[in-house]
Design a protein around this ligand. Sequence first.
Ligand code: EPZ
Length: 429
Amino acid sequence: MDRIRIIGGNPLNGTIPISGAKNAALPLMIAGLLTPETLILDNVPRLADVAQLQRILGNHGVDITAVGKRVGDGKYQGQTLQISAADIIDTTAPYELVSRMRASFWVIAPLLARMHAAKVSLPGGCAIGTRPVDLLIMALEKLGAEIAIDGGYVVAKAHGGLRGGHIDFPKVTVGGTHVALMAATLAKGTTLITNAACEPEVSDLAECLIKMGARITGAGTARIEVEGIDRLHGARHTVLPDRIEAGTYAIATAMTGGDVQLEGARAELLQSALDVLKEAGAEISVNADGIRVRRNGNGIRPVQVATAPFPGFPTDLQAQLMALMVRAQGSSAITETIFENRFMHVQELARFGARISLDGETARIEGISTLRGAPVMATDLRASVSLVIAGLAAEGETMVNRVYHLDRGFERLEEKLKACGAAIERISD
Ligand code: EPZ
């Protein structure tokens, strides 16, 4: 299994191109199931999760073609996928496939909307909390689906098709909002979604669905209205840039010092994180090509942050911010409000010498001036990258094991960092 070796201490200087967003690409690919015509997606990142979803969609009978490289394409140009679900031959998503990636459960919505039936394995337990799907099931029931759990599968039926209804989420859920949106596009009548997630990935999905003919208003706010239609058609859509990847490299630059241009990043997608980084002492400027992050000379200041749904500070940057705070000049506090158990990086950061104590959902971090490299391993994607950030600033060698987590969500991480001066390499055994 691959490992990543880092010799810490080099500042980051240069340009990092930001890829298409994993968490937008996945629901967009799933939306391809809603139409028998071809959906073309540009700027799809080359990631293990995207490849896994291709396999899952293939199992339903979807043809997916990746368009080859074209003259003038940049080194990091995202791929173009042509997704064609002309005939859905199987409405079952089996355990072996779904258990490996939670987002694949969302296929239940387009299958039910278009085929009026779906049988999808419950997703497996996940390293960042229990992550149930009760709210996704509630949303589909509000649209008239009959749902039973049988042998670990969610068996859903909608005789005569889904009907519009009012879905009021008791808690903000990104996946729940994706599912409600997709299902409502082909339901009879109007659907109102309240307390909807406002994440940019939800807006991106809605934008693509609208290009496919869906009638949606209010996406990006907590109140979304969908007027169902009989049939969606093909469309072409570009996946929005990955705000979490951009935020991760911004934090890495604040950690090591240096001057990095995040090419293609959009500040309005990660304003709360940029504000926190400014407070921590980074200089942030927005320009025509993206976001420039600098930290020269001044130390890292401690911050108090709580994660929150968009536009709040994203839970997907919590581990990375914690790595930064390990080096802050003073004590900081980070509260995780979205997932109940997203602190697995704490014990691994301790291997660098970090002083972190947990008090319920709050981590208190006493900054230290010098981190020392160590062999480390993490059990989820964002936790893994927080260890890379720590390694970049630590004295000596850090070996990050179980790199497959990183490959699920960061495209060519070591290449992008190396191009900015990091001493980082992948070791394949
Ligand atoms: C999405 O997960 C993202 N995944 C996550 O990114 C992200 O951390 C999360 O949203 C929050 O922003 C993708 O987009 C593929 P939720 P999702 O439903 O949709 C609870 C990453 O690293 N809940 O918004 O699964 C849930 O347990 C990943 O890229 C229920 O209680 O998250 C959590 O506490 C990790 N019942 C909260 O809601 C439900 O039925 C928010 O979860 C559904 C969710």
